[in-house]
Design a protein around this ligand. Structure first.
Ligand code: URA
Length: 194
């Protein structure tokens, strides 16, 4: 059954309209002094990267991946010849989970429809999922990141590459090499015309 939100989501025709709708619905969920983080990048992006949820820095600035994990993400992108401006970056949640915890299932259920519409409006050629939260929210709640990372799956009819979240590599240095290896696989795919 369609909810009033589903109907409104269907009606929005541009990313800007979606951002306004998102602010209307989620603005009140954002803690004082924080911003909601819609996502950013080129509206012509062929690659859409999806992380977990905004952290403290992101909620402060209203921009995704601007903290330490974001710095590592920028390096990984640059290593494969991509600039942030060429791609689009978003998250499963648009609001910062208090205390930097993992998103609750209820929060994901509430906020995911905005991301799903964002994917439809952006129409990227491929998705990249960073970490278990993105994988489980968009593919299968039981999927294991350790089993699927480095592999291609299908999400919303799009080829979708799975890898670790850069924050995991900040906690465990060995994962950085794996991330670099995964990003080089992504580069190969992009070189073969997506
Ligand atoms: N981690 C995420 O998953 N997303 C951000 O935007 C920042 C950190």
């Amino acid at each position: 059954m369609q909810t009033p939100l589903d109907e409104q989501l269907e009606k929005v025709a541009t990313l800007n309209e979606l951002k306004q709708l998102c602010e209307h619905y989620l603005g009140s969920e954002v803690s004082k002094g924080e911003k909601f983080v819609f996502g950013e990048g080129s509206p012509q992006a062929e690659v859409m990267i999806i992380g977990e949820a905004p952290g403290v820095q992101e909620a402060k600035t209203g921009r995704p991946f601007v903290g330490n994990a974001g710095k590592l993400l920028n390096t990984l992108l640059n290593q494969i010849g991509l600039e942030r401006e060429q791609i689009y970056i978003s998250n499963i949640l648009k609001t910062h989970p208090s205390g930097n915890r993992k998103p609750y299932r209820g929060e994901i259920k509430k906020e995911l429809p905005f991301l799903l519409r964002q994917i439809e409006l952006l129409r990227p050629k491929l998705l990249v999922l960073l970490g278990a939260t993105a994988l489980q929210a968009l593919y299968d709640p039981k999927a294991k990141i350790t089993e699927l990372r480095g592999n291609w799956i299908e999400v919303k009819n799009l080829p979708t590459f799975v890898t670790y979240h850069p924050a995991a590599a900040l906690r465990d240095e060995t994962k950085k090499k794996t991330l670099e290896h995964d990003f080089s696989k992504l580069q190969e795919r992009l070189a073969s015309a997506v």
